[in-house]
Design a protein around this ligand. Structure first.
Ligand code: PXP
Length: 240
């Protein structure tokens, strides 16, 4: 089965536009679960531009599927994760002026730092994945940190105009390599209802984390329906 992690950051983006209490990411998470989400993902950014610490605390109490916390590799965030106790954590790079997470984490150039953070969280029973570009040297470096898995960045594939086959091939090769090294493999970034199928057909991927496109669709048809439609695509991808 291919799990769908629904990233609800942008429900909080709409709320923060007015700094009031609606729309509520917790309500969105519960509707996403009703629609078939296998997990709820949030990115607690250092600048707190969307999800707030209080949201993660409330999600921890209410989410019945599993909670995946995306975070920067900093001692402050590791401390927060120990306190917030998500089921899973995903280390991502973070730059304050970016619109969204732009590239993968450079694990190779900061392997000791990443290894320490991975050990710290995994010692508390939190499964850690590293969000990396489809690049063999980053996959090898990730394995060396002892992380449970990797999330392969699908952004270049998603953004490619016209023929996507080269970028798809790059993702598929990286996924196969990571799996051969014994890592659990996730994927995400930029996936939507039009481009998800070829990625969902890569057999070694066990989880996709999808945010913006689902929240955008949810504005039109509601969160439960938006998630149901994406789950149906993932199911179709694995049928043949
Ligand atoms: N996976 C990771 C690690 C991310 O940082 C993000 C964006 O927060 C996503 C998946 C979801 O990307 P999108 O919003 O483009 O679906």
């Amino acid at each position: 089965m291919l799990r769908l992690g629904v990233n609800i950051d942008h429900v909080a983006t709409v709320r923060q536009a007015r700094r009031i209490d609606v729309p509520d990411p917790v309500e969105a998470a519960l509707l996403a679960e009703k629609g078939g989400a296998d997990g709820i993902t949030v990115h607690l950014r250092e600048d707190r531009r969307h999800i707030q610490q209080r949201d993660v605390e409330r999600l921890r109490a209410k989410v019945k599927s599993k909670l995946n916390l995306e975070m920067a590799v900093t001692p402050e965030m590791a401390r927060l994760a120990e306190q917030l106790r998500p089921d899973d954590a995903c280390f991502v790079p973070e730059q304050r002026d970016e619109l969204t997470t732009e590239g993968g984490l450079d694990v190779r150039s900061q392997s000791a730092r990443v290894r320490d953070a991975v050990e710290r969280l995994q010692a508390r029973g939190i499964r850690v994945s590293l969000f990396i570009d489809p690049d063999d040297s980053q996959i090898e470096a990730s394995r060396e940190t002892g992380a449970h898995g990797v999330e392969i960045h699908t952004g270049r594939y998603a953004n490619a105009l016209g023929d996507k086959s080269r970028d798809l091939g790059e993702v598929a090769a990286a996924v196969a390599f990571a799996r051969r090294l014994g890592l659990e493999v996730h994927g995400g970034h930029g996936l939507n209802y039009d481009n998800v199928l070829p990625i969902a057909r890569i057999p070694e991927i066990v989880e996709l984390n999808i945010g913006h496109s689902i929240v955008a669709r949810a504005i039109m048809v509601g969160m439960e329906q938006a998630v149901r439609e994406m789950k149906e695509l993932l199911r179709k991808a694995r049928e043949a």
